[in-house]
Design a protein around this ligand. Structure first.
Ligand SMILES: [Zn+2]
Length: 403
């Protein structure tokens, strides 16, 4: 009996999602049309729609054309009828934001992380969310929390399996966050979430094969194959950063030598710049450091590239050349129609994108580069937060990536 009640509840929830999604995608729409299109009984539709109106998720907007009898009342989706909390765990900060049900950011906050790892980092994340939520007046319309983190993530179980930089091993994040806040919580890898955001809300709505590479404190990759996120056996597919590009190269924290990440991520770029500046190599970056009196930032590196600074340009060319090897390999393996380059090093860095486009077109199989688009992300620095929202909204609306 228990089981049957469970099944019934599941069907009701599924019907609710289908009806809400139909209104979202095809509204304004009448109750009878929803019933007809989804082969759901008119009574079920009416009950669900009444519930949505009460919850503020939909509203009635005038009448449609009559097909004989009374003119039907049309229903429209209210993206601001509810909200969600997106959380992005990164190496340098915990980003928390409130988004509406169309993944538009309403409020966001950044909590800088200073040398905190493992359990302490999780506790810091929980406290950051607590602080953010504390400033919201009302949580009754909150549909849940969605978290993204770099590294290997088991999205189905809600567990961060492995992130050596942040010392997160087998962290049951979903359970921890749900018990702390009493809100349904989702978890996914950061770049997989960004792929979802591009596919549902960005410029890649029509893509079915896409590779998304982020260059930040690390190198992250998400892969869309035949319209689905390619996750692999452990949820760890797309570790482009740990593919080898040099047999006896730089030792990597993963235990291997010569992993791509160590040649292109921000710490590598920073140490190269510092080395050269310290030995007196003339560079605009030296002036920027003196002017701003802060530690070296990716922004300074990008400013110097834009101004044609020889040091910044030569380091950028080296980074582009290594990245192109990795990206050409991924193109040859997955034959995507789009490659998106995101993260702080690639955003607002047209010179780097141009270099990669040129190098990749020489390296990858020519036929696979025909019509290939290499571009930056649709959401720039908010890609992770919108990505987290897309993960939750995909479940809320039960939308399929193939739709
Ligand atoms: Zn490695």
């Amino acid at each position: 009996m228990q089981r049957r009640t469970g099944d019934l509840k599941l069907i009701q929830e599924l019907n609710r999602s289908i009806i809400l999604n139909m209104i979202r995608e095809h509204g304004p729409i009448s109750r009878s049309e929803i019933a007809k299109k989804n082969k759901i009984s008119p009574t079920t539709v009416t009950a669900a729609v009444n519930e949505f109106i009460r919850e503020g998720l939909v509203s009635e907007v005038g009448t449609g054309k009559s097909s004989g009898g009374r003119k039907p009342i049309l229903i429209r989706f209210n993206p601001d009828g509810g909200f969600l909390i997106s959380v992005s765990v990164t190496n340098s900060a915990i980003k928390v934001a409130e988004l509406n049900l169309q993944a538009a950011i309403r409020k966001k906050d950044l909590f800088p992380v200073h040398d905190v790892k493992g359990d302490e980092l999780i506790e810091f994340t929980l406290r950051s969310i607590e602080e953010f939520i504390g400033r919201l007046s009302d949580l009754t319309k909150c549909v849940g929390i969605s978290i993204t983190a770099p590294g290997i993530v088991d999205a189905a179980k809600g567990v961060i399996r492995y992130n050596s930089k942040l010392d997160l091993i087998n962290v049951p994040a979903k359970t921890l966050f749900e018990s702390r806040f009493g809100l349904k919580t989702y978890l996914d890898n950061d770049v997989n979430a960004m792929v979802l955001a591009e596919k549902k809300y960005g410029k890649s709505i029509h893509s079915t094969n896409l590779v998304y590479v982020t260059i930040d404190e690390g190198l992250g990759t998400g892969i869309l194959v035949n319209g689905s996120i390619f996750r692999g056996h452990h949820g760890g597919a797309g570790e482009l950063g740990h593919t080898s590009i040099s047999p006896d190269g730089i030792p990597c924290e993963c235990g291997n030598n010569g992993c791509l990440e160590n040649y292109v991520h921000w710490p590598a770029i920073r140490s190269k710049i510092e080395q050269q500046v310290n030995i007196g190599y003339p560079s605009l970056i030296r002036d920027l450091l003196e002017q701003e009196q802060t530690p070296l930032t990716p922004q300074m590196f990008k400013t110097a590239i834009k101004q044609g600074d020889p040091l910044a340009t030569s380091i950028m060319e080296e980074v582009a050349s290594y990245l192109s090897i990795g990206i050409a390999n991924v193109i040859n393996l997955f034959n995507p129609e789009t490659v998106i380059l995101g993260g702080v090093i690639a955003e607002d860095n047209p010179q780097l994108i141009n270099q990669i486009q040129t190098a990749v077109s020489k390296r990858a199989l020519h036929i696979l580069t025909e019509g290939l688009e290499i571009r930056t992300s649709s959401f720039a620095e908010d890609a992770d937060l919108i990505g987290a929202a897309a993960v939750l909204l995909q479940d809320l609306f039960q939308f399929s990536l193939h739709a």
